[in-house]
Design a protein around this ligand. Structure first.
Ligand code: DGL
Length: 282
């Protein structure tokens, strides 16, 4: 698609190919940054616009109606920014709202997240897999359908990671408090011979170094963003909107929470360039 823009009475014609547009990506807050990092490395020519809804985090204990309303609000924001595809970098938001988003915005492709039960089941040698996710994700239909397929073949150990999203949002990933909480959730999994751990919440990926310290290699952690990166590329190719012209993409980050917390998380992800972070009210 091409676009014409009119500046103050002068007609300025330029062609913006859909492929040149950015990919929109959002989460209830900062967790989706781990997904952004992974996808941005996988698709280095693409530009991204990230929206972190920190003001309303956590989503995990909110109603589906509330989460859906937030997802619609953020989608409209990203569409106003002219994005070409939207990644819902949040398992809880995907569970609550992806169907409604696809129904209401049929002209745009959405990539959602769901806990990686399938790859974990295929990889498990002990027949025990662990899933760490939010209450909202566990109660979703998507999760139930996924779980029913694999339950006959592996024992799935479910753990709600209550409190972890809040700690990640407050910049306390490496705190004693976080390690103590993670020990409470992870040690029983090790004792129960779990050999594959599914992180069913994007915020939990920020804790991977702490989880690895606890499991000491006994459990393989599945990075949830891997499937998202491949699915995104596939959709961009199918719709002929994969960026092939530029060498490097650009990134813009929006937060309605503390931008300093967003900067800290981006820095923890070892991003080389100085990030462009903008504050938004809602
Ligand atoms: N990052 C969200 C997810 O993947 C966190 C959920 C929350 O805000 O509770 O589920």
């Amino acid at each position: 698609m091409h676009e014409t823009i009119c500046f103050g009475g002068l007609f300025y014609f330029y062609t913006m190919l859909d492929a040149d547009k950015s990919i929109g990506i959002f989460d209830s807050g900062l967790g989706g940054l781990s997904v952004w990092k992974y996808v941005a490395e996988f698709l280095p020519r693409e530009s991204f616009i990230y929206f972190g809804d920190s003001k309303h985090a956590p989503y995990g204990n909110k109603s589906d109606a509330f989460i859906t309303e937030r997802c619609h609000h953020i989608t409209r924001f990203l569409l106003d920014e002219n994005v070409k595809l939207i990644i819902v970098a949040c398992n809880t938001a995907t569970a609550a709202a992806i169907e409604s988003l696809r129904e209401n915005y049929p002209h745009i492709q959405f990539v959602g997240m769901e806990p990686a039960i399938k790859p974990a089941s295929l990889l498990s040698k002990t027949g025990h897999i662990g899933v760490l996710a939010t209450h909202g994700t566990f109660k979703g239909e998507l999760f139930k359908r996924n779980q029913e397929k694999y339950q006959p073949y592996v024992k799935i150990h479910y753990t709600e990671g209550n409190g972890l999203v809040e700690l990640a949002e407050q910049g306390k990933v490496y705190s004693d408090e976080a390690e103590k909480l993670l020990r409470k959730y992870i040690e029983p999994l090790v004792e129960n011979r779990v050999d594959q751990l599914v992180l069913g919440c994007t915020h939990y990926s920020l804790f991977i170094p702490v989880i690895e310290k606890i499991t000491k290699g006994a459990i393989h952690i599945l990075h949830p963003a891997d499937a998202i990166a491949k699915r995104t590329k596939d959709l961009l190719m199918q719709h002929r909107i994969l960026q092939t012209r530029k060498n490097h993409g650009e990134n813009a980050f929006y937060s309605n929470g503390k931008t300093s917390n967003m900067l800290d998380v981006i820095n923890q992800l070892d991003v080389e360039a100085e990030p462009n972070i903008f504050s938004v009210d809602n």
